[in-house]
Design a protein around this ligand. Structure first.
Ligand SMILES: Nc1nc2c(ncn2[C@@H]2O[C@H](COP(=O)(O)OP(=O)(O)OP(=O)(O)O)[C@@H](O)[C@H]2O)c(=O)[nH]1
Ligand SMILES: [Mg+2]
Ligand SMILES: [Zn+2]
Length: 302
């Protein structure tokens, strides 16, 4: 009855209901099969990073028949009159790469802490890049604490090329969400890894920042040796939207193992007697700044 060809692929670009699917034998522009759209009011059915089954029509266009279940996703909640809508910024990221500069701009570690909490919650492995190490004497003074918590910290400079190869191999064969404030050197780092890459990502990034009523393109970029990098500027506006205050201690690696030792099972780690977190803080085993971030996020402040 039909002579459609069935293929599998990865959504590498999404724009206005069209999806660019990399099949391994070329890119096919697809739309969603109508029956898939039934749940649409709740959130994106297909998104950047989704693995899909498609059928290819005789005209060369494609139809997405099924979307594989997501392992995890970076999701933004969009309040709409008809109810909250879950925008998927990136499906199935293998890692989130948080880029900060050692100076110019001054690193906002509170923002990094918040990003790390989101990554922990979504179970996305986090990698920290401390760029512009050429501008400071001791970059580990600022970022060393994160390595002690178990995070992989890569120290880089696009001026001296320090750490660029390490970053390159960290990105290889993975889907990475690249996140960080403006001016920290994301584009410069990508260009150092692969000429032209930073430029391409930047164009998309600035288009996305124009506001919600302009056309939103979400795209990820292929690395020569395999793997993809997606710029996800939406992290700045990600709220910890479905996080209860009680679960937050689980997203701080240095706190979560202490929690079972607190005297009260509903301990807020702020004033209770017998609190293992407060004891550790007093003993200098927890960094004050990280504890402050915990208290801040727990109180719902952004
Ligand atoms: N000293 C020094 N400057 C750097 C380094 N990396 C980038 N820069 C400079 O920092 C500035 C910002 O770099 P970009 O690569 O445009 O930063 P970005 O993160 O892509 O910024 P947005 O696209 O606005 O998000 C530029 O002037 C770069 O030349 C570095 O390792 N050391
Ligand atoms: Mg840039
Ligand atoms: Zn406690």
């Amino acid at each position: 009855m039909t002579n459609n060809i069935n293929k599998q692929g990865l959504i590498i670009k999404a724009q206005s209901g069209f999806f660019w699917v990399e099949t391994g034998e070329g890119i096919i522009v697809c739309q969603l099969r109508g029956k898939l759209k039934q749940g649409r009011a709740k959130g994106d059915i297909a998104a950047l990073g989704d693995r899909v089954d498609i059928s290819v029509l005789t005209d060369g266009s494609g139809v997405i028949e099924t979307v594989e279940e997501r392992r995890q996703a970076i999701v933004r909640l969009d309040p709409r009159p008809q109810g909250e809508y879950q925008q998927v910024l990136l499906a199935n990221p293998d890692q989130a790469v948080f880029v900060f500069a050692c100076a110019h701009p001054t690193p906002r570690l509170k923002m990094l802490d918040r990003f790390l909490v989101i990554a922990e919650k979504e179970r996305i492995p986090a990698v920290i890049v401390a760029n512009k190490i050429d501008l400071v004497d001791d970059p580990k003074e600022m970022f060393g604490l994160y390595a002690s918590l178990g995070y992989h910290v890569i120290y880089t400079s696009t001026k001296t090329s320090a750490g660029v190869d390490e970053l390159k191999s960290q990105l290889q064969a993975k889907i990475s969400a690249l996140v960080g404030p403006s001016g920290v050197g994301k584009s410069s780092l990508l260009n150092a890894i692969q000429p032209g890459l930073g430029l391409a990502v930047n164009e998309i990034s600035s288009a996305m920042n124009k506001g919600r009523h302009t056309t939103v393109t979400r795209q990820m970029f292929a690395l020569e040796g395999g793997g993809y990098v997606a710029d996800t500027p939406g992290w700045k506006s990600l709220a910890l939207w479905d996080t209860e205050p009680e679960e937050l201690d689980a997203y701080f690696p240095e706190l979560r193992d202490l929690v079972p030792h607190c005297q009260f099972s509903d301990c807020t780690h702020q004033h209770e007697p017998g609190c293992a977190v407060l004891s550790a803080l007093k003993a200098g085993q927890i960094h004050q700044e990280r504890y402050d971030s915990f208290v801040r996020l727990r109180s719902g402040k952004e």
